[in-house]
Design a protein around this ligand. Sequence first.
Ligand SMILES: NC(=O)c1ccc[n+]([C@@H]2O[C@H](COP(=O)([O-])OP(=O)(O)OC[C@H]3O[C@@H](n4cnc5c(N)ncnc54)[C@H](O)[C@@H]3O)[C@@H](O)[C@H]2O)c1
Length: 242
Amino acid sequence: MTSRIQPLALDLAGRTALVTGAASGIGRACALRLAAAGARVRAVDRDAPGLAGLAEEARDLAGAVVPHVLDLTDLDAAEAAAAGTDVLVNNAGLQLVRPIEEFPPDVFHTVLTVMLEAPFRLVRGALPHMYGQGWGRIVNVSSVHGLRASAFKSAYVAAKHGLEGLSKTAALEGAAHGVTSNCVNPAYVRTPLVEKQIADQAAAHGIPEERVLAEVLLKDSALRRLLEPEEVAEAVAYLCSP
Ligand SMILES: NC(=O)c1ccc[n+]([C@@H]2O[C@H](COP(=O)([O-])OP(=O)(O)OC[C@H]3O[C@@H](n4cnc5c(N)ncnc54)[C@H](O)[C@@H]3O)[C@@H](O)[C@H]2O)c1
């Protein structure tokens, strides 16, 4: 699938990047892409074995991947981890598919904490260094669900819509300091998060898993295929370019 991608010439040598949710899926692809561009990547995730595997995979790249095991619900630690970064990719996320009246309030709180409040704290931690040097790149991995809703995804849709607002505000405040802030809004990407959703959607809609992809997930998609994480990472790379 990487054959669909024509990598942009991107030189991040000497730059430090922080990618959240780097142990899996899109975050992993972003960490590898930025390290390939020469960045020293702080790879943040709560999944220590996943990060170790990533660091191993990145060994021969131009830059480096440095694992940073952290649960992003620890907001003070998240803010501290972002200090001194030139590039911030807010990517970590989780999903629960459940009607609102059955949606556990504690899960709603966790989703909002990881996917909206932690990005705010990470941006807050990163900006002093970015402003000080007059350059910074913030890329927020949002979703189609940052722009449109789907039934049964109240926390995720609310968090992504909030992330859009945070990103736009950071863009307005950062512009005068050479700091850009953008969202990428992928449709369904082939990652563990989506594989789990296929099972959840099958239960929610009462249909077999085999029918979920065609009849639910990709029903309204222009491209009738899952995207690959590397395709999203290339869009992220573009948003880190001059
Ligand atoms: N897969 C898709 O179809 C798709 C589409 C659009 C947007 N997105 C977004 O892309 C981002 C990455 O999704 P993915 O599909 O790669 O998911 P994934 O499940 O493969 O990876 C998510 C990563 O986030 C980490 N994470 C979750 N909670 C955490 C916490 N509290 N602290 C630290 N790390 C935590 C997980 O450990 C995991 O490594 C998410 O924000 C998601 O909403 C995904």
